[in-house]
Design a protein around this ligand. Sequence first.
Ligand code: C2O
Ligand code: CU
Ligand code: CU
Length: 566
Amino acid sequence: MSNNKYSRRRFLTQSGLGLVAFAGMPNFIQAMEGMHGMPKLTPNKANVNFKPDVEFDLFCRSASVSILPGQQTQVQQYSALLKKGPQNTIVDIAGSYLGPLINLQKGQKVRINLYNKLTEPTVTHWHGLHVPANMDGHPQYTIDPGEILVYEFEVLNRAGMNIYHPHPHELTAKQVYHGLAGALFVRDEEEAQLELPAGEFEIPIVIQDRRFDEQNQLVYAHSMHDRMAGFYGDRVLVNGKPDFKIDVASRAYRLRVLNGSTARIYKLGWDDGTPLTIIGVDGGLLEQPETKPYVMLAPGERLDVWADFSGRSEGSQLVMRSLSFSGVLPKMVGRMGGMMHGHSLAVGSDYPIFTVRVIKKVSDSPKLPAQLSKINWHPLSATANPDKPIPIAISESPMAMLLNGRPYAFNDIQDFERIKVNTIQLMEIFHAHGGGHGKAAVSGEEHNVETQGGRMGMGHKAGGMGMMGGLGMMGGMGMMTMAHPIHLHGQSFQIVSRSVGVEQETDYATVKDGFIESGLKDTVLVMPGEKVRIIKPFQDFKGLFMYHCHNLEHEDMGMMRDFLIE
Ligand code: C2O
Ligand code: CU
Ligand code: CU
C-alpha cells in the first residue's frame, strides 16, 4: 500500500467525509437486492444406480409444540421417517421442536428425500459434511412448497457432530430461529475403539436463545439493530427446553454441545470453577484431551465435552453457565441494545445455561483416554499459496455486512474465489477496515479486492481508497467492529495462527483462553481486530462451496460468498 492511498483513506475516515458516501444509501440497498438472483432449478431426483445403505424422508413443516407452560408455540420443524438402514439412524428428541438426531456411519451411502411442507422455499445444508457441491444444500437448490429434493452422498467425514439446517437465501436465520435445525452425528472405527460414554451417557446439548411474546409465540424482530448485531433472545433453551436439567449418575458423561443460536456467543464454564475437559470440536476428536477454564462457543460451533461427575455426592448440583466477557459487540450497538430491550440476558453477561443433578452414586466410571485420535495435519509447505493467503475480509457497516467487499450474489466469483480442486489453501480472515490494525487492510489490497463502494459508484476500487473506503468509516471510528463466527462449507480446516491488535487486548483477554486450535474446525470466531490464518483442503469435489458469517442475521444480510472449486 503506498502512503498516498493510506493517508487518503485515513483522511476520509478521520474527517468523517466518508459519511457523505451514505447519501447514496437507498440506491445502494436496492442494487444489493437485485444482485443475488438465484436460478430456479429442477429439484434433483433419485438416481437408480445409487444403492443407499441408509434412506430416510426428511420433512420440514409447521407444527405446534409445548415449550413454555400454557399455550403451545408455533414452530417450523424437521421430522424424519426411516426407510432403510439401522434403527438408530433417526432418534427423536421427545417433546422438542428440534429435528431428530441423525446417526450415520463413515462409509455409508445415504439418500435423503427432503419434503418441503412449509409455505415458503427451503433447502437443507449438512453443516460440517464433506459432500459434493450439488448435495451441500447451496441456496441455488432451494425448493418451493410441495417440492421434494433428493440428496445422495457417501459419508466421507471422520466421526463428529454436524448440523443440519436450512440455507435458503435470506431466509436461513428466520427458519433456524423458528425451529429448523438438528444434530447429525458421524461415527467411525477410530472413535468406536475408544469406548467413550455412549447411549444414555452421551447427551446432546443444543443451546439456543429465543424470545417469546405473552401468548408464548416466538418473536423474531427485524429492526436495523437486530440485523446489525444479530438477534438475541431473552431466554436460553437447551434441546428446545427452558430451564434444562439433566439427571446423572456419579460417573463420566460425554456432552455433545452445539451452539444453535442465530447470533449469541457463549463462554461456557462450570459454576464451581471446575475446568472443562474437551475431547473434540467441529471436525471431530482432538488428538489428546484439553483442559480449559472456559470455552467460547459461537453460532455453528460444536464441542465434545468429557464431563466426569464421579466423586460428586448424591444430591449435588452443577450449573453450566455462560461467564462474563466483553468486546464481541460494537460498543455503541451494545449500549443501544441494552436501551432498546432492557436486556435480561445481555451478551457477555453471566447467566445459567443448564443444570446437572447427581441423583445416583455409582462406583465405576470409564477412564478418559490419553490418546483420542490421529489428525492428518497439513503443513504450510503443503499449501498451494504459502505466501499469498486467500483473503476473507470482514466489513461491517450499519447498512451492510459484507465479505471481501461484496454482499452475496449468485455467480459473482472474484478471481481469488476460484480454487483448484485437490489443493490445500492458506486463508486469512481479517477485518477489512483494520480498526487500527493496518496490516489487515494491506492483505486485502494485495489481492486487489474490489469494494462494493467501487461497484456502486460510491467510492473507488481497493487500489484507490482502500477496500473499506466506502463502508468502513464506522469501523474506523471504532463503533462498528464486532465478532463474527466465520464458517466455510466442505472439509474442515486447521487454525494456524490468531493475532489481535493492541486496542483490543483488554477485551480479548476475557475470551482468549477459550479458543481451541488443536482440532479441526469448520467455524471460527473472529474477534474484533483479530486476524486468523487457517489451512483448508479443497479435495474431491468441484463446484460452489459457500463461506459466510454464521451469525445468521449477518448471513442473511449478505455476509456470505461462494468459492468456486474447479
Ligand atoms: Cu451452518 Cu452455510 O452453514
Ligand atoms: Cu455449513
Ligand atoms: Cu457476522
